[in-house]
Write a protein that binds this ligand. Structure first.
Ligand code: CTP
Ligand code: MG
Length: 231
């Protein structure tokens, strides 16, 4: 590892949490005494590897300015965008004066508060000498069906199917140009897909199953259970 290479974290936190159907965006729901976003940022800070954490929040967000962590010396605020990819690009631009093209960026969903240091370090150790980078992922336990109009038209070969998690780790320059090239493309639902569009093949690193994304109401109780288990 070259000593001068830095690691940055980018946290897209500008979503509205439609599927959560709560009175506020899901990153501000309370979970074991803190907001979901505070858990997520604390986990990233505790890894002690990041030069800074760039957080993309909505410009109308009333919760972020009153969150203590928004004033943390290692936390930078960026404006969120229309889609997740726009928020990530904005957070990358917010660190452009200090980040070098070769630096590594780990993009992590605000809605994944159960991330462990083990997973962060595993991802970094596996990919630090890689050209392209990669993502945490989980193999699928269920048999997967291709369905059209309510009927099964095929069974997918599960051995080739992985579920993409975050963090996703890429070089600053490559990630920024891949996201810029893909701007407005609705198929870009994670960072890896933007690099895939460039003809690159990001690697997968097996992640832990407790790194869930809070998406629906029942996920909050599950996240609480995992946080307790991790203590
Ligand atoms: N996100 C973002 N900017 C957007 C949309 C999403 O920063 N324009 C962030 C969310 O805050 C979340 C992460 O991207 O941390 C993953 O997105 P998702 O789980 O889909 O969150 P939401 O878009 O908020 O939820 P929903 O799709 O149910 O509305
Ligand atoms: Mg969404």
């Amino acid at each position: 590892m070259t000593d001068s290479i830095k690691f940055w974290a980018v946290v897209p936190a500008a979503g509205v949490g439609k599927r959560m159907n709560a009175d506020r965006p899901k990153q501000y729901l309370e979970l074991a005494g803190k907001t979901v976003l505070e858990h997520t940022l604390t986990r990233l800070l505790q890894a002690e590897v990041f030069a800074a954490i760039s957080v993309a929040v909505s410009e109308e967000d009333p919760y972020w300015p009153v969150c203590q962590l928004s004033h943390h010396e290692k936390i930078i605020t960026a404006a969120g965008g229309k889609e997740r990819a726009d928020s990530v690009l904005s957070a990358l631009k917010a660190i452009r004066a200090d980040a070098a093209d070769n630096d590594w960026v780990l993009v992590h969903d605000a809605a994944r508060p159960c991330l462990t240091s083990t997973d962060i370090h595993q991802l970094i150790e596996s990919l630090v000498d890689d050209e392209v980078g990669g993502i945490l992922a989980l193999s699928s336990h269920d048999t997967l069906k291709n369905v059209q109009n309510g009927c099964i038209v095929g069974t997918l070969d599960r051995t080739h199917i992985w579920r993409a998690l975050t963090p996703q780790m890429f070089r600053y320059g490559m990630l920024k140009s891949a996201l810029q090239a893909a701007e407005g493309n609705p198929a870009i639902t994670d960072e890896a897909s933007a690099l895939e569009l460039q003809g690159l093949q990001p690697k997968i690193v097996e992640g832990r199953p407790d790194n869930i994304k809070i998406t629906r109401p029942e996920d909050l109780a599950l996240a609480q259970f995992y946080l307790e288990q991790q203590q």
